[in-house]
Design a protein around this ligand. Sequence first.
Ligand code: GCB
Length: 630
Amino acid sequence: MAIRAEFSISMSSLRRLAVALLACSPLACAPLLANAQGYSPRPQERVSVAPVPTPIAEPASTPLTNLPGRQRRSLNGKWQALVDGYADGIGDWKAVWKDRTAAGKTQFFEYGFDDSVTLDVPGDFNTQRPELTWLEGSVWYRKAFEYDAAHHDGRRLFVHFGAANYRTDVFLNGEKLGSHEGGFTPFQFELTGRLKDGENRLLVHVNNERRKDGIPAQGFDWFNYGGLTRDVDLVETPATYIQDYSLQLAPDSLRRVDGWVQLAGTAPRQPVRVRIPELGVDVRAQAGADGRAPLRFEAPFALWSPAKPKLYRVEVSTPQESLQEDIGFRNIAVRGDALLLNGEPLFLRGVNFHEEIDGRRAHSEADAQRMLEQAKQLGANFLRLAHYPHSEHLVRLADRMGLLLWQEIPVYQGIDFAAAGMQDKLEAMLAEMIDRDRNRAAVIVWGVANETSPGPARNSALAALAQQARRLDPTRLVSAAFYGPGFDGGTLTVADPLVASLDVVGINEYFGWYIPWPVEPEQAVWKPFGKPLLITEFGAEARYGHHGADDVASAWNEEFQAGFYRKQLRMLARIPFLRGTAPWVMMDFRSPVRMHPFQSGYNRKGLLSERGERKLAWQVIHDYYSEVGR
Ligand code: GCB
């Protein structure tokens, strides 16, 4: 399987060249050739302009959780946009970030937002204008908003981004607020004290070039949608505010919450109160100098489960602020190789999803609704969100619809674990994912990696991440998806030191597609891990509407794919410690590395076509899920 990783990287470089030579408009080709150094004119032209200081990045504040429960103003909608082919505007010379307006007829700036195109936020930029289809480069976004200083006196204001892919620099009125790296997790900057009365302008530079030291790195099997892909909000808080809280059942209990509330601000020693009126819970605690208020209480919860996704209205308050949201209470645990939900054995009838719908990055609650309904129709109770945190809308909806989730960070295949600063980036990304969703009952597994190869730097990095996940959230399971098993002395197993650090083992297993069957399915013997096993991926390609014999893989037909799954299920039925399966994948999805004529830029392992048409394999899995674990 390691060969597959290299293959996809070299194929993607080839794709870039092919695209550059054959398909691009000059605009889209530019970033393929750029090395992001930026273009500068000849030195004598420079001297006539006063040097502009390089903006200094400031650390972002920790993103606020429970955004829907806060006082906020959406900045979604049309943003003015400039396409910066060579990522030239970020430097001191072009300095697009200064958002200058020419004074008089003799001053010229070679950029301008006033008559620029607009892009919808949220939304990837690639699918909004044909000339941006293949863009892997920089786009500048601008949005003006009004601020009334008198009205907001004593309050704090933050600009919060649900996600932006991949690297983002944010400026307010020509001053840098900070930068963020990572395409799928929220981040924010504080605006307090920097706002003008009246009109203010936010400028956001988003660059989606794939990077060798990125997470994910340069080779991955999905479309690299760039831009402001999720909601943008202005959020207002009191001077000392509720930053986050954890209200979940303790790992060893079906009644007890071991939680905390975290305050941030200048006066963190404040009384804190948590109420769940429906249960008569009214708990008070005191935050210390670090703003942390630990709390513990018991209540006769009706436990959340896929069959009954009960949510309680919870109120968290301080004397200055009161936040409400709906929270479910459930317990997920591992005992030996058993997986237990609320103390009962659980089988995960799963399916994998990418965050894509109608050939674009999905981002809204309506998108999530369509995706989750498909999972329900299949008979699934579990989704693996591949290969990055999906939008908060989807996670909250899963809470309401009773779907369990595996959520992972995009630690995918060829990560350069030894790169400078990599561990910090990994830890920041993991924390951003956990901080956003730690109160969502639906989420039961934090995934720390997908298909990474053992080695000293990787082993220690991922073991540390697994520990960090437990430290940040002791109420959920930690896992990773491994390259599919080796055949060792007659038994199938994964020999990887990382297994020891995980609660659950995930295996991506492609016998009959990438890997010839090592034995007949009925003869396959799997070595126990002493932990639950999930087959986190298995799948084969078929183009919807193509029919033929079920034993001819090269025909890419539906019968072959359905037969592939039937054969797989014969093997899976014989693994005593199997606790769940997730076919790869729910829907065909865009992937530039897929170059077979039947693929034409799509990974075609979907049970559904990209338009939602059911392939024969859908019925095979549907039938299986109407029986297994019921
Ligand atoms: C995998 C990867 C997934 C790919 C899939 C495939 O193992 O985890 O991202 O899309 O295989 O179709 O090759």
